[in-house]
Design a protein around this ligand. Structure first.
Ligand SMILES: Cc1cc2nc3c(=O)[nH]c(=O)nc-3n(C[C@H](O)[C@H](O)[C@H](O)COP(=O)(O)O)c2cc1C
Length: 338
């Protein structure tokens, strides 16, 4: 077999392709790409693109981005009569607006075919090596998975209004499964998670709660108009908070070894529950005031030994609420000593 050198026609085409990519020159890049409709592209992020058009669109969008670089090294190549391939690696690095870098390292194989006597790319197969993000200090890195977990904590929101879309039983159980991994005093795990989907019973609770809330106003409010206004606002508010397809009441058993710790045990489980719900795309909440313990206890036959920590709606939000203003990190952190 004739030994090919790096100055072969195939490598020249490959180099032209890489140079065009590095310069974000779409036209020059597509001079090295097949003219035929079919082209297979397996991206380093796991997407499959099956056409020249898709390949073009991918690069058109990408080339609009700024502040990136992508050195390439050839690992191996083979040049046949009609087909050839080049195996290489790229190290993509993009500066992030917030500081730091997005880094994607991947192997890739470009498969070429002869068209009109010239080498043209007909397939581009990426095999990712690593993908990570760095702080401004590049020694501090985060994987995509790490960032995703942190994002879920930040993106959790208290939601008051929901779509009627049902939540599959599997998701409800997955959310509770995540809740039960919360820490507890002496590992006592004092929880019960009461799942409520029955609209009829929820309707009864809503009426009871409305009556319970407006009762004190009745003696207080001087005229009928004022009372009506209070009741209208209450109806609207309750209409919202009772709109979720499912509720989970987080309860704790007070007949355990450390009953004074159950409030922490219950609250930590509720936190896990809300974060798990967010991870699956649901809004939730830590509701106390809208669901008075006595009303809830009576309607759902909750034994006296259990205390209600919170009532958590789970559902697709009607709109994801804006994040309320959170304090700056600096305001909250004290290092070593006050
Ligand atoms: C102990 C506790 C009790 C809460 N009680 C209620 C409640 O009764 N009704 C309600 O709408 N939200 C309640 N919340 C939710 C807070 O209002 C909410 O977390 C806060 O406004 C911040 O919004 P965010 O959860 O979207 O970050 C409660 C939260 C906690 C921790």
């Amino acid at each position: 077999m004739k030994k090919k050198t790096k100055s072969s026609a195939l490598i020249k085409t490959f180099n032209a392709y890489v140079k065009a990519v590095q310069k974000a020159d779409l036209k020059a890049m597509f001079d090295t790409v097949t003219k035929k409709k079919k082209l297979h592209f397996l991206t380093a992020c796991g997407n499959v693109i099956k056409s020249r058009r898709g390949y073009y669109e991918f690069h058109r969008k990408w080339f609009k981005e700024k502040l990136w670089k992508m050195p390439v090294n050839i690992i191996a190549f083979h040049e046949g009569e009609e087909m050839g391939y080049v195996i290489a690696e790229f190290h993509y690095k993009k500066r992030l607006d917030a500081g730091g870098w997005y880094i994607l390292d991947s192997n890739f194989t470009l498969i070429f075919q002869k068209e009109g006597g010239k080498w043209k790319v007909v397939a581009d197969i990426c095999t990712p090596i690593k993908r990570l993000y760095t702080e401004k200090n590049p020694a501090i890195t985060y994987s995509r998975e790490q960032l995703y977990a942190l994002d879920m904590l930040e993106a959790r929101r208290t939601v008051h209004q929901f779509k009627r879309t049902p939540v599959p039983r599997e998701h409800i159980m997955k959310i509770i499964d995540a809740a039960r991994f919360a820490p507890t005093a002496g590992n006592q795990q004092p929880w019960k998670f009461l799942v409520i989907e029955d609209r009829k019973r929820l309707g009864v609770l809503k009426k009871k709660v409305a009556a319970w809330y407006s009762a004190p106003y009745k003696g207080d409010v001087r005229n009928k108009k004022e009372l009506e206004e209070v009741q209208r606002t209450l109806r609207k508010m309750l209409g919202h908070v009772f709109s979720a397809p499912v509720y989970i009441a987080v309860l704790v058993d007070m007949q355990v070894k450390y009953p004074y710790s159950t409030i922490y045990d219950g609250t930590l489980a509720a936190a896990n529950l809300m974060i798990a719900a967010r991870t699956l795309g649901y809004g939730s909440g830590f509701f106390t005031t809208f669901f008075p313990e006595d009303q809830v206890r009576e309607l759902f036959h909750i034994p006296r030994r259990y205390k209600l920590i919170c009532f958590s709606p789970i559902g697709i939000p009607k709109h994801w609420p804006e994040a309320p203003k959170k304090k700056d990190l600096k305001q909250l952190v004290v290092m070593e000593k006050f």
